[in-house]
Each structure stands twice: as C-alpha cells, then as structure tokens.
Design a protein around this ligand. Sequence first.
Ligand code: ZN
Length: 568
Amino acid sequence: MVRGNNKKGVDKRQNTRRKRRNPNRNNPVIKRLEIVLGVLCVVLVAALVWQNYYSAHTYQKGELAQLAQGETQSRLKFMTEKMTEAPAAGAGSGTGTALAEGGSENTGAAEDGTGTSAAAAGTSADSPNETAVAANTTTVVESAESASLKNQLMGVLPGIQKPGSTEGELIAAADRMAAMYDYDAASELLQKSSAYNDSTAMQDAVRSYQATKSTCEPYPIEQITHVFFHTLIKDAKKAFDGDQYEDGYNQYMVTIDEFNSIIQQMYDNGYVLVTLYDMVSAATNAQGEKEFSAGSIMLPQGKKPFVLSQDDVCYYHYMDGDGFASKLVVDENGAIRNEYIEEDGSISVGDYDMVPLIDRFLEEHPDFSYRGAKGYVALTGYDGILGYRTDVSYQTRENLDGYQEIFFQENPNFSEADYEKECAEAKKVAEAMKKDGWIFASHTWGHVGLGENSTTFDQFKADTDKWDERVKPLIGDTDTLIYAFGGDIGGVPDYSGDRFDYLKSKGFDFFCGVDSAEYWVQLRSNYVRQARRNIDGYRMFYNPDMLSDLFDVSKAWDPLRPASVPQI
Ligand SMILES: [Zn+2]
C-alpha cells in the first residue's frame, strides 16, 4: 500500500527515471508503474480538456469586488500574530551592518520616491557640515514602543535587526518599510520614537511616506497572477548532459541564470510579491470558523502584485549528481542558503535555488515585496523535506522504494541518531524560513492527484493523513495545499463534498491548482482557490507569448539549455 502510493507519487519524469535506475526490472511494482503512467496520460488529456473549460469559465471580473471590502491585513499585524516568540535582541548581525550603512540601504525606497528624507539623512551624515537636516547618527532615539515594533518585523524586513537605533538608522529602517509599501508602519515606527517631535528629518520622512501612500490604488484581487517554478538547475552542463534524464529537466525546470533574468525582468516590469494572506481578510464567525472576504492590496500605479511558489522542494534522490542543490541550510548569520555537492565530493554553500536567491534579491530590492511577502514552498514527504531524509521510512527501512534502497546501499551505517539529526536539521531550517517570511504548503505526501479520477477516497485520506503525521511535525501547521500535478479535488464549481470537508478538517483553507490562464481566483467565505502558471522549459519553448505579460523569454533563455524542448 505504502509502496504503491509512493510509486504513484512521483512525477512522470521520476517514474521514467525510477524505472531505469531500479535494479529489479521484473519487480511487479514496475508493472504497476507502467499502469500508472498510462493513467497519467489519460489524466493529462482530461486535464487539457478541463483546462479549456476552465479557461472559458474564468471568474467574472468584479464579482469579488461585490464582496465586503475588508481592511488590508497588515503584514505587521500578521507577523505579530504568527510570531509566537520575540527574536532575541541583536540577532542577525549580518544584516545589522547593512543597516548601519544608512543611506546606502535606501536605493529601493529612493527609486519609488519614498526615500527622499532618509537619503538626505544619509547624505548629511556623510557631510557633517550640513547640520540643518543632519540625522543624528550617534544618539539612540528609539523608544521602547518603536523598538518593540521593529522587533516584530525582524527577519521579515531585511535590515531591521539592530536594537537601539540612532535617528539615521531608524529612518533607514522606516524607509525600508515604506519601500515595501507599508507606509503606516513606517510612519508609526518614527512617530513612536521619543525624538520624533524634535526631529525634522523624521517628520519629513513621515510626510514623504504619507504623500506616496495617497497615490496608491487598490489592485483587483481577482486579477492577481500566481507563478511557480520547480527546483532550479545550478549546473546546466550536468542537467543537460545527454543522459536519459535530460528531457525531463529540459521540460520542467529552469536554470539559475534563467530564474535570475526572469525575476529581474518581472521586477523591472513592476511586479511585487504578495501572498494569499494579503489577498483576503479573515474573520472568525460565531461558530469559531474562519470567514474570508476580499482583502485590499494598495500599490502605487504601475505596480502589479503576483504570488510565487516553488514545488517539490525536497531535493529528491533522483536528482543526485545532476547539477541541483542538495539541501537548504541556515548559515552562521541565520540566512537561508543551499548546499551543493561538487564533482570532487566537497560541499559548497551558496544561493543555488529559489529561496536564497529571492532573499538576496529582496535585500537589494525591498520594493519587490509587499510588506515582507515572499513565497510558498510546496513539500511532499516521501523522500523527506528540504533535502533531509526525514520520512519515517528512513527510520524503519520499511516500504523502501528503489531510490531509497540505493540510498541505504550507499549509506549502510545510516543510524537512528542520523535519522534524528536529519529531522532536527529540517526543523531548524523550516523554522528559520518561516521567520524569514516563507510559507510552507502541502504538495501531498506522495505527490498524488487528489481528485476522484486519481485516487479513491481511502487513498486520498491515507495520503492526507501521512502528510499530517509525517510532515506537519517538522514544519508546523499549514493552511495551504498546492496540488501535485495540479490534481484538484474539484472543477470550476464551488468546493463541496467529503474530500473538501476532510481537507478543511485538517486545517486547509487555501488551495492552488495549475492553469494556463493569466489569473483565476475563487474567493469564497470558507476557502480561497487560486490557479498557478508554470514557468519552465516547456512553456518558454512552446508558448513564450503566454509569458509575455511577465517577462521576455528571448532575454531569459539560457544558451546552455538544449536548442529545443521535447514534446510531453
Ligand atoms: Zn510536483
């Protein structure tokens, strides 16, 4: 049962790989795999038919606007509720340096017109003679209240991690909040300083934030697009080395160079990261149930919100040696990085996948994020999470699949203590990622479609329970389900029925499928659903026009990629 589910759970490309790598070619499970592949083809055709229907029945514009307009759920409020423990004072020395540089951190803010006063403060600090508007760079002006506000935002807004700020530093921190479109939080931070009433620089900054705020307009929630990637290719030569796995990578993945170009282009085109939490307002009714209504995302003209996610961030065994990062880690400064195993077996630590690349990009471009929003990281469980071998099968060595058998052949001494260490490390990384603003989503435990055409109710329930029992203890509660294969529990009509009820009972409120439409949002009082668009080699090669609202494929295309992408 477990084995069957596990086999069914892998991507088509993984199925192919597993079949080829598995030493037991006569294994009956392989035969089942072939049946599964056949079923997948049928599902794909059905999905295409459904997708056409789906696209033709896009959510009516304005329908959402009829719903009650809730006050924007401020990131500050959200983080206050989410963060159960206040970070230790002085944590994150790495970013403190950047903040201490004052004006140089304000590029993003200055670019969108909000950083004038802070930029002035930074400049005057460099030219002590201009005392008229000089910000005080030595005396601590932070009140207990502004310190507490800042602490609540630590880790969410990079650069705001230093207690006991001077005037220049406090303005730089506020500038960063304003660059991330939270003009009221930025103003509040300065107004709560004990020195505010005597500080022309701080008062000017607040005026500047409020002036920019008055130019912002609400963006239609139902028109927000959502894009997703798979794990990024670090070494194109290894991924595209002509072996039997090349086609899958070619179709489903993008390289780091492509990703960097895509993100830079989307930034240049005005895109701003938001989350589903920004898109809705949540209240609790008399029965204690959550009720969702449309949120309000306020952005300056020309800015366009989008949601970002990455699927299968597990660093599956099948990718070993093919030019991908091996895991996510927390470095000595508390930043999220990747490990990469070099040809000679040595380990490099760097930014080799989406999470650290976006973190680095936001350090330079805070205005790419709406109030600290980052993205979703979707996890299955069967090979463990985030590159750690955390599934219970690594402890029991029962119901192993072909790759896991090879893992144990290569690591015969992998012990109970090793297993516990993997789980502890995964928890540590997950905790750091959450504090940093990343949101985890279930991608099902076994990478299974959850619709009736893919799984019986018992299989659906078994997989959902496995996620609950094996992955949730590592990452904490999650309310978001990102369907594997886009395998939704239902079509366009509103959700209802036993599968929906069961997922709700497990705490899921947000559901994301896959669609080619530019945007599709279904907001109901008891759940929120959003379709996602794949950005991968296949889409870039065959439908560059479908991505043209986001970026120019010809500028992003990696010359190290094969000249064409095979049909799926
Ligand atoms: Zn997937």
